[in-house]
Design a protein around this ligand. Structure first.
Ligand SMILES: Nc1ncnc2c1ncn2[C@@H]1O[C@H](COP(=O)(O)OP(=O)(O)O)[C@@H](O)[C@H]1O
Ligand SMILES: [Mg+2]
Length: 540
């Protein structure tokens, strides 16, 4: 391990005199062994981004290069865990060090002492290559398929039965150990064989999404909105109700108490699809506003790499981040302290390319072991002042397939989720409608068209009403306004604190069908000469 000294400190970055470092190599900084990553190499020094509080760090303190990049450890026991941005187990850390952790010691995200029952699926003589499955472990409700990491070769011996990650799971010919877990560099997407177009729905339980702006498994969506428009509630609702195997939730730079509430709820609530405890399908990565800024930058990579790991076993994984803007701000802060040339609004010029290569980690793939897994993303964005032309929203828009636009005026009227039904879109809608028509009801697409039509008619009727007054409207138009109001309040609106928080597709269908049929019957009675009151009363 190479060692050197700190030459200077500037916010979250330090310069060091260490020779022979590589770009993105992980380093330990100072007596407290703070984790950092090499972000720039100069002839005379290297610059390191430190992921922890640099206060108290002094010039001259030692620095060690670890010879490898920032990695996460991947193995059984991640599900149900809560980690910081560097995959350190928060609960275990708090237990061992108390709430006021100043110097974070190295702690692994995996429990090396826990005992597992390992069922091997390879035998001596088998040739192992990267990504191949070597056996399985029951991790809670999930079959955890252990995959071959970067160590490859011919199996000489393979373990079976009771084992911990501290022990070798086998041996290759030549004596190299087969480990039960492996490390993966967080900034490098895990490989797969093939990517497919996302064509099956990811049911969120939110009617406005599933019905109007559906998300596909393997797709990516952003939900931008100003302060208080409901980003966090939306992300949390989806984390609770989404029809996926595993949820990876990153609380990135937002309030700590929100995460605490979420965890308490997840310990109690059930996954509506499997009736198992929500916590048992969730991995939480927490880097809230009270934690070091630079680790926020790493946190989304740490989290997405764990998500890819379970995707590689053939699971449907949903990655949720709240909020990506706080990640971008951390990136900006680091870039500023590196004195890089600023781009739009002070963000580094590589903001858009970083974001798009991150979002491209979503997808439906054939994994290296031939299974089909998916990684879907829903990312919240908090544009300052609710201005959607700002760089983070714009950069995300270029790579995501769905846009759920939160509308401040809807939130003010307490219409939640405050997703604007005219401005939002989903590029997955075409393919997914076919699926919903086939799997839920053949009239799904027709009802969707009618719903949109009534909402649009309401807009134009409203314009007319502004000129002639409500009284001046024809009965048919007044009916449209009444029905559109029902669509907005009873169908698109969904109170996260009520029994209606989760709406499976059959409930969604029944609701919209009853409203559209109500409209059609009342319109028919109007045609036959009934007054508006009579036409609508007939329904009660
Ligand atoms: N689906 C919902 N049902 C009921 N209330 C909601 C819903 N979404 C948001 N709210 C209300 O809006 C407030 C702000 O939501 P929040 O998600 O914290 O906003 P943001 O994260 O965008 O700042 C919540 O405290 C809640 O009162
Ligand atoms: Mg929030």
């Amino acid at each position: 391990m190479q060692t050197g000294k700190i030459l200077g400190i500037s916010g979250p970055t330090v310069s060091v005199d260490l020779k022979g470092l590589k770009l993105y190599e992980r380093v330990f900084v100072g007596h407290g062994l703070l984790t950092g990553e090499v972000v720039r190499l100069e002839r005379s020094h290297a610059v390191i981004q430190v992921y922890e509080e640099t206060r108290g760090l002094g010039v001259g303190e030692p620095v060690k290069g670890l010879g490898m990049p920032l990695t996460v450890r991947l193995g059984p026991g991640l599900i149900g865990g809560m980690y910081d941005g560097l995959q350190r187990p928060l609960e275990r850390m708090r237990k061992e060090m108390g709430p006021f952790i100043r110097v974070w010691k190295e702690m692994y995200g995996l429990d090396y002492m826990k005992r597992w029952d390992f069922i091997p699926s390879v035998k001596p003589g088998d040739e192992l290559q990267y990504g191949m499955i070597i056996g399985e472990i029951q991790e809670g409700a999930f079959k955890h398929y252990l995959m071959c990491g970067s160590e490859q070769g011919t199996v000489a011996r393979i373990a079976s039965g009771d084992i911990s990650l501290d022990e070798p799971f086998g041996e290759f010919t030549g004596g190299l150990e087969i480990p039960g877990c492996h490390e993966w560099p967080v900034r490098m997407p895990r490989p797969y064989r093939k990517k497919f177009a996302p064509v099956t729905p990811l049911v969120t339980g939110q009617r406005i999404i599933d019905f109007l702006f559906p998300l596909a498994r393997g797709g990516a969506a952003i939900i931008p909105g100003g302060f208080g428009t409901g980003k966090t509630i939306f992300e949390q609702s989806v984390a609770k109700f989404a029809d996926v195997d595993i949820v990876v939730y990153v609380g990135c730079g937002e309030r700590g108490n929100e995460m605490a509430d979420l965890i308490a709820e997840f310990d109690e609530l059930e996954d509506p699809w499997t009736k198992r405890r929500l916590r048992d399908r969730t991995i939480l990565v927490v880097n809230t506003s009270n934690m070091p800024v630079a680790a926020r930058e790493a946190s989304i990579y740490t989290a997405v790499t764990m998500a890819e790991y379970y995707r590689d076993m053939g699971y449907n994984v949903l990655f949720l981040a709240d909020s990506l803007s706080r990640w971008a701000e951390a990136l900006r802060e680091i870039s500023t302290s590196l004195e890089e040339m600023p781009g739009e609004e002070g963000y580094p010029t590589y903001l858009a390319s970083r974001l798009s290569s991150f979002i491209e980690r979503a997808g439906v793939v054939e994994t290296m072991n031939g299974r089909i897994g998916s990684l879907s993303m829903i990312l919240s964005v908090s544009p300052p002042g609710g201005d959607f032309t700002e760089p983070v929203t714009q950069a995300c828009l270029r790579t995501t397939g769905a846009f759920f636009m939160l509308d401040t005026s809807l939130a003010h009227r307490r219409h939640f989720p405050a997703i604007n039904w005219f401005q939002s879109y989903s590029l997955y809608a075409g393919d997914l409608s076919e699926h919903y028509c086939r799997e839920v009801a053949p009239e799904w697409e027709e009802l969707r068209r009618r719903c949109n039509q009534i909402l649009q008619q309401e807009e134009s009727v409203r314009e007319v009403a502004e000129i002639v007054g409500i009284e001046g409207l024809q009965d048919a138009d007044r009916l449209v306004m009444r029905v559109a109001e029902r669509i907005r309040t009873e169908f698109l609106g969904q109170n996260a604190y009520s029994d209606d928080a989760f709406s499976p597709p059959d409930k969604t269908l029944v609701l919209i069908r009853s409203i559209v049929e109500y409209h059609d019957r009342a319109a028919e009675r109007l045609k036959q000469g009934a007054t508006l009151d009579e036409a609508m009363k007939g329904e009660q």
